[in-house]
Design a protein around this ligand. Structure first.
Ligand code: FAD
Length: 306
């Protein structure tokens, strides 16, 4: 029996675990990947907006972030596959057959990139699907590319790719881009970027590698093909909360509803970080959520024992 089981070892889960340890709670942190750090592992640009700590990329940030965490004394299990969670009973069953029991559960499962679900998207992973314009810069230099999406991530990716690619085509569904003004203005001033509004990419085509995309523009009867060597899909994120469906209140996109103490609608079950924060996901808010949940839990345990 643990005081707390935390699911997910990104910034939110790691911060919760560090605080739980500091507050003397018996804590087990479960991570499905081999590496901890969550989305930090996919940040290839600099991080300049975490108070008091700057880093050239997510990996460097994580190393400094985890200096304190390495010194903590909580249990960490990585490569863990959770088969089932009973939030009311605070029971977590692992695919390996092990059953874990705790008094509190903290959900810190974060988000993943949303997929389009079109032909070619999975097939060309690593063969023309652009994971990161910073990391993959050399690979796509001199190639024509397409970015799908109309928000900040899409606009930023298009701008980064425009530094090295002869043409960048930005395809998005809406009439107007949703990206911040600064990005939208920069897009307009870049001659190599063409924006196709009210359009969707219906297929990614190729043989060994991406060779073209099929684009359908609003009001057009037929799609047309455009030759590109790289495609970046940036249509937002979705929360990793399927495990908890039907047990806690989620919004229509799957983000967990929480109180100001980060508690879900099931007593003693907390959600922290991006999994409950669709509007302002950041490393600092995720870390703050983790600290808050740990402190609320510690004070409840203290009240119980006094
Ligand atoms: C390219 C990029 C750039 C960014 N730049 C910045 C920036 O400059 N500044 C900033 O503040 N933020 C930035 N962010 C956002 C920031 O990384 C996130 O807000 C933060 O990582 C959220 O932390 P989290 O712990 O809530 O979730 P995550 O980082 O998503 O971590 C969740 C963890 O839970 C694990 N998990 C999921 N499901 C399960 C399960 N069933 N069982 C066990 N483990 C599970 C995942 O494997 C993952 O390790 C950026 C994000 C990206 C992708």
């Amino acid at each position: 029996m643990h005081d707390v089981v935390i699911i997910g070892a990104g910034p939110a889960g790691l911060s919760a675990a560090m605080w739980c340890d500091e507050l003397g709670l018996d804590t087990l942190l479960l991570e499905q990947q081999e590496a901890t750090g969550g989305q930090l592992n996919s940040i290839y640009g600099s991080i300049d907006n975490y108070p008091g700590l700057r880093a050239a990329n997510g990996r460097e940030f994580f190393e400094r972030f985890s200096e304190r965490i390495d010194a903590a004394d909580f249990d960490l299990w990585t490569n863990v596959e959770i088969a089932k969670v009973d939030l009311k009973a605070k029971r977590v069953e692992l695919r390996s057959g092990e059953v874990l029991q705790s008094i509190f559960i903290i959900i810190a499962t974060g988000v993943r990139r949303r997929k389009l679900g079109i032909p070619g998207e999975n097939e060309f992973a690593g063969r023309g699907i652009i994971e990161s314009p910073t990391r993959d810069r050399e690979m796509f230099a001199g190639q024509d590319v397409c970015v799908i999406g109309g928000g900040d991530a899409a606009a930023e990716n298009a701008l980064l790719l425009a530094e090295v690619c002869p043409t960048v085509t930005l395809v998005h569904r809406s009439r107007k881009l949703k990206s911040r003004r600064e990005f939208s203005e920069q897009l307009q001033s870049q001659h190599c970027i063409t924006v196709f509004p009210e359009s969707v990419v219906t297929k990614i085509l190729g043989t060994e590698h991406v060779e073209a995309v099929e684009i359908l523009r609003k009001d057009a009867l037929k799609p047309f093909q455009m030759a590109v060597r790289g495609v970046a899909v940036r249509i937002g994120v979705e929360p990793n909360t399927e495990l908890f469906e039907g047990q806690i209140k989620l919004d229509e996109q799957g983000f967990a509803f929480v109180t100001s103490d980060n508690e879900t609608d099931v007593a003693n079950v907390f959600a922290v970080g991006d999994a409950c924060n669709p509007l302002a996901p950041t490393i600092s808010s995720a870390s703050g959520d983790g600290a808050r949940a740990a402190k609320v839990i510690a004070s409840r345990l203290q009240q119980k024992s006094s």
